[in-house]
Design a protein around this ligand. Structure first.
Ligand SMILES: Cc1ncc(COP(=O)(O)O)c(C=O)c1O
Length: 363
């Protein structure tokens, strides 16, 4: 039978969204669910962003500014780059898709790590582009093996740093060694969605590396530490030629007016980011102490979550935690069938998680 779609779409597994919190509360008869499944900011958006959005509502009859003029200029000043080196996306997720659509064609390949953020693979497959996956080494990207896998068709490489879902990171030295081995025609996307959370002193200064490696593209987002995941706004930093090509393929109004306004206000509220990062460090420290006491192991993380290994199939534990009012993210589909990714929450949510784990694991 002829399919309506080509085989690469036929074989694409649809994204399975989690149920809305309200629906889960109703179904499981629980209240005040702690959602620790999507690496969101437990403090919410910056109050300054909330205020700016409220003031802008009356202008929603107008289309957004297609060039995101103010946001781009303010972000450029904040990052100390030129506005023409910045491209805004409907979340960094959209930029991943646009980069693949714009630069990867024909026999070109996208080089990926196994077990990493699945959107790279999905975005390539959705438009029929080839990708190659290299195994991880002890839950880290194996950059040496990835460099060995580069060939004349390798057009683009994605590196999540820190990685989701492992939380592990690559040092500046490792990234530089990798970049030195790549031909200039291969574009390297450093996805720094969790950049603001990183404390490791040997984490790369990717913006500075761009001077030496013009094939570098850095992605960041307002979804995580800035607490604006629901608005969908992310950005890429790359040389102007790359930005200009992406601007040709993106929809002009890809970032909504509300998103632009909120992102500008959030950027000015670095105190909110600081509070967020501090809360995360406390949460990671608490969980890092308590999880091993429960017989669980976790991977050291530079992000706002841990990949937690329960050493038994995660499905029944996920269900049991739901009944306790705690949502975690099973990692079976990412190749970790005994693990869940759990992000840090507020202090109350972290305690709720630990209480729930104690009861569920004792049952
Ligand atoms: C590594 C990584 N990159 C990109 C994203 C996409 O973020 P957004 O599209 O919300 O900017 C995420 C979100 O989970 C992520 O974990």
């Amino acid at each position: 039978m002829n399919s309506l779609v080509p085989s690469f779409i036929e074989n694409l597994a649809p994204y399975i969204p989690g149920k809305p919190i309200e629906e889960t509360e109703r179904e499981y008869g629980v209240k005040n669910i702690a959602k620790l499944a999507s690496n969101e900011n437990p403090l919410g958006p910056s109050p300054k962003a909330l205020e700016a959005m409220a003031q802008a509502l009356g202008k929603m009859n107008l289309y957004p500014d297609a060039s995101a003029f103010y946001l781009r200029n303010e972000l450029a000043a904040f990052l100390d780059v030129r506005p023409e080196e910045l491209v805004l996306g409907n979340g960094s997720n959209e930029l991943i898709e646009l980069l693949i659509r714009t630069f990867v064609h024909g026999d070109d390949e996208v080089l990926l790590s196994e077990h990493t953020f699945p959107i790279y693979k999905i975005s390539a497959q959705a438009v029929g582009r080839r990708f190659v996956e290299v195994p991880m080494k002890d839950r880290h990207y194996d950059l040496e093996a990835m460099a060995d896998a580069v060939n004349a068709r390798t057009r683009m490489v994605f590196i999540a740093n820190p990685d989701n879902p492992t939380g592990t990171y690559q040092t500046e030295e490792a990234v530089v060694r990798f970049l030195e081995r790549l031909p200039e025609r291969t574009l390297v996307v450093l996805d720094e969605a969790y950049y603001e959370y990183v404390v490791a002193p040997d984490y790369p200064n990717s913006l500075a590396l761009r001077k030496r490696f013009p094939n570098l593209i850095v992605l960041r987002t307002f979804s995580k530490a800035y607490g604006l995941a629901g608005l969908r706004v992310g950005y890429g930093i790359a040389r102007p030629e790359i930005v200009e090509y992406v601007n040709r393929t993106r929809a002009p109004f890809n970032v909504s007016t509300i998103a632009q306004i909120a992102a500008r206000a959030a950027l000015q509220d670095q105190e909110h980011v600081r509070r967020t990062v501090e809360l995360n460090r406390k949460g990671l420290a608490l969980l890092g102490k308590e999880l091993p006491a429960l017989g669980l192991s976790f991977t050291p993380s530079q992000a706002n979550f841990y990949l937690v290994d329960f050493h038994r199939p995660i499905g029944p534990l996920f269900e049991a935690l739901l009944r306790e009012g705690v949502i975690v993210r099973p990692m079976t589909a990412n190749g970790f069938p005994t693990s869940a990714r759990i992000n840090t929450g507020t202090e109350e949510e972290n305690e709720k998680l630990l209480g729930a784990l104690r009861r569920v694991l004792a049952a």
